[in-house]
Design a protein around this ligand. Structure first.
Ligand SMILES: C[S@@+](CC[C@H](N)C(=O)[O-])C[C@H]1O[C@@H](n2cnc3c(N)ncnc32)[C@H](O)[C@@H]1O
Length: 246
């Protein structure tokens, strides 16, 4: 998958390529991330990218011309990407939206600053994306969040089994995880996890997953499509609750 990012702070964004799973994916050629400095597409001596808003008011607005020049350069060099504009007004980024984006071969992410970007740049945009209902100072963190979450759905980047067990996949939260030691300061790992009984482990994990989802995210629980393991796990959870109540 090819990912382009255009920003006035390329050094800020480029660290996304340097760490962990994303760095490995880049090294293995699964994702190609290229970051562009919008100021390289200005024509004046001071590389100005913002200007006063028509109609007055506070703050500055990102000028359209550097973006228009950038798109012309980019499309000619790499072909037409699926263009995402980071904005708090966009479609909320979720697991399923990220999965959709991961199916694109080529995306380009535009990072805004100041009060945002001149509205006419939206003619180049396929979809607007928001990472949540709050306003950040710029689109760089959202671009990095988009790259991170989308990469996890690119084939080969993360083990498929792991992605499927993570929170939000199938509208459930992940079960608790434990590692060595088996006991620390009196806190023990649940016996079932060291029992060697894979079926029991699977049932316990689903039960814990359902429990966490009911307690923390009942909205997800209501959307979850229940399978046979869920039904067994719910019975086991119910029995646990009853025996704790006695
Ligand atoms: C200060 S914000 C502009 C906010 C804009 N005036 C508004 O109220 O909708 C500057 C830039 O940060 C980015 N941004 C801020 N919050 C965001 C969010 N929640 N999701 C995605 N991008 C965001 C966008 O690129 C935006 O153009």
């Amino acid at each position: 998958m090819r990912v382009g990012v255009v920003t006035i702070f390329p050094d800020f964004v480029k660290v996304i390529k340097d760490y962990g799973v994303i760095a490995q994916a880049v090294e293995n050629g699964l994702i190609d991330i290229e970051i562009f400095n919008l100021r390289d597409f200005t024509t004046d001596k001071h590389k100005v990218v913002d200007d006063y808003p028509y109609g007055g008011g506070p703050g500055m607005v990102m000028k359209p011309e550097p973006f228009f020049r950038f798109f012309e350069f980019y499309n000619q060099k790499y072909g037409k990407p699926y263009v995402l504009l980071t904005t708090p007004q966009g479609k909320r980024l979720t697991n399923s939206f990220a999965q959709e984006l991961a199916s694109k071969e080529h995306i380009l992410i535009i990072c805004g600053r100041y009060e945002g970007i001149d509205e006419r740049v939206s003619h180049f945009v396929d979809e607007e994306v928001s990472i949540g209902d709050y306003v950040l100072t710029g689109g760089e963190l959202p671009a990095m969040v988009v790259i991170d979450v989308v990469s996890r759905f690119v084939s080969g980047v993360v083990e498929e089994e792991s992605v499927k067990n993570d929170s939000f996949y199938n509208d459930l939260l992940d079960h608790p995880h434990y590692t060595r030691p088996r006991e620390i300061e009196g806190f023990k790992v649940p016996e079932v996890l060291v029992s060697g009984n894979h079926e029991e482990v699977e049932l316990w994990r689903r039960k814990e997953s359902l429990k966490k989802t009911i307690l923390k995210r009942p909205d997800l629980f209501m959307k979850h499509a229940f399978d046979d393991l869920d039904k067994k796990a719910l019975i086991s959870l119910f029995k646990e609750l009853m025996s704790n109540a006695q």
